[in-house]
Design a protein around this ligand. Sequence first.
Ligand code: UDP
Length: 337
Amino acid sequence: MIDNIVFEDIETIKSNLKGDFFAGKKVLVTGGAGFIGSWLCDVLLSLGSEVIVVDDFSTGRTRNIEHLMQNPKFKLVKSDVCKFQEKEKLDLILHMAGHASPDEYMAHPIETLQTSADGTRNMAELARKNDATLLFASTSEVYGDAEIVPTPETYWGKVNPIGPRSCYDEGKRFAEALLMAYCKQCGLNVRVPRIFNSYGPRLREDGLYGRAMSRFILQALTNQPITVYGDGKQTRSFCYITDTVTGLMLLTASSKAKGEVVNIGNTQEVSVLELAKKIKKITKCKSEIEFHPLPKDDPKRRRPDTTKLEKIALWKPSVNFEKGLKRTIVWFSGKKY
Ligand code: UDP
């Protein structure tokens, strides 16, 4: 069963999309049990696609997709994306598998690099054999500690190639380079969204998997200290899940997106301390804000320039931070901890 908030948000995403591009298409979603992947599955199935999920559950969760198990148009394959093979003809591959949480990817740097490198190579080959369109979930992390903010796609990035975040950053950068090579050399129909801090229902909140947003909400709801790293002046631009998924699906369907990298994110920039204070205020919790050392190479500012997305998809993210945050807190409040 999906709850009301998720149900309403799926309807919102559907209303943002026009036409019947996805109806009847066979779609492979890698990382389909994860946060963004599971939302894609929900929307695709309700638009009439057939969906195959490949997930090894290293970071994905059964609970995100268990309501889809009885759907005859849904198939789950528990497998490593680096090894997965599919014999049936595919129309679209949405390659979302990856390790996105800094604490988790820093604990598993080899697997993180391998998923980006070997997993993406495997998906590129599968797309080539099937003549399928391939969307690859890249990240704002390819810009590293950006010196140009708001950051356009033309900025090459400032990334430490051997730092603690490099397994994620350089892995995604390699995958982007690989897909551009497939596009040039084999004509592969590839498109590369760079996703900026997406959040909403189903974002993992637990242990190493927790992101600042979901971890702070959990800490507030359980009256634990809210753990701000550094002085909390570093910024992020948080994009609500309905906007992220709409952007991803519009890019998948766009005839103008072949071979393009496109930022997807909200342009409202918020400091981490502001985020913690807002969560404290909305939840009315008793939690103190507790300051911890800033991790090495933590980007100071992050905000996308979304001009290209607006041009290609004729659309831009629209859920403001306050609205998305309240909705997310209401969703997390309905869970048991
Ligand atoms: N952060 C924090 N406390 C936490 C987790 C993260 O202050 O418990 C900070 C982190 O250092 C970063 C920001 O919040 O500056 C966003 O962290 P997130 O987990 O969303 O990952 P990132 O955007 O860095 O990839």
